[in-house]
Design a protein around this ligand. Structure first.
Ligand SMILES: [Cu+2]
Length: 209
């Protein structure tokens, strides 16, 4: 009996110790949880404030202003003459493998493309002329102003179909203004660099009010 009593007593002591330690840990955890909850709550408030601020910024950045095409008639564009150059050489490097010009060229005739044969160290290049931008969208009845800027290429002869033809040298700016009265497409092309130095103005039908 005494042995059993001793065992029961010991079990009781162990159990008590376990309960006490559990309560202590539990209290500790609770305290921590409380703190974190408060902290979390504060952080949430902070985040909400931040969220509002972010939301405000996003609203500013993504605000789309309604445009009435019939009232927005002033359209102005700056169009650069550009050539894009692909340079390479015959001497392989770790970052640039050796290349040779294609044996059978598929380049269309005209001055818009130019392939330069390898020089004495193997460098060669392929050039393509273009306009930047090459696509413009306006509305029927807009007052359209195009500034052509001679940036790359020594000279160009540019034609805005049905509007104007003019020579443009590097460093010059030539401005044309017109009002498209009907929807459709107006092409601008360089007669020195066909067929790829070309751009298109899409004229959309005027919105019915
Ligand atoms: Cu040109």
């Amino acid at each position: 009996m005494s042995n059993i009593n001793t065992k029961i007593f010991m079990i009781a002591v162990i159990a008590s110790a376990f309960v006490i330690s559990t309560v202590a840990v539990g209290t500790s955890v609770f305290a921590q949880n409380d703190t974190m909850t408060m902290s979390g709550s504060d952080m949430t408030m902070g985040n909400m404030t931040g969220g509002n601020m972010t939301s405000g910024n996003m609203t500013d950045a993504t605000t789309v202003k309604a445009v009435d095409p019939s009232k927005s008639i002033e359209k102005e564009f700056w169009i650069n003459t550009v050539h894009i150059d692909g340079k390479t050489n015959l001497n392989a490097t770790s970052t640039h493998p050796a290349e040779k010009p294609p044996a059978n060229s598929t380049i269309p005739t005209g001055g818009g493309f130019k392939i330069t044969e390898p020089n004495n160290v193997g460098d060669w290049e392929f050039r393509s002329f273009t306009f930047a931008p090459g696509q413009i969208v306006v509305n029927q009845g807009d007052k359209v102003t195009l500034h052509f800027i001679g940036v790359q290429g020594p000279n160009h002869v540019i034609e805005v179909k049905g509007v104007d033809t003019f020579e443009l040298k590097r460093g010059q700016i030539h401005t044309v203004s017109f009002t498209p009265n009907s929807p459709g497409t107006i092409t601008y092309i360089c007669n020195v660099h066909p067929p790829n130095m070309v751009g298109q103005i899409s004229v959309l039908p005027k919105a019915t009010v």
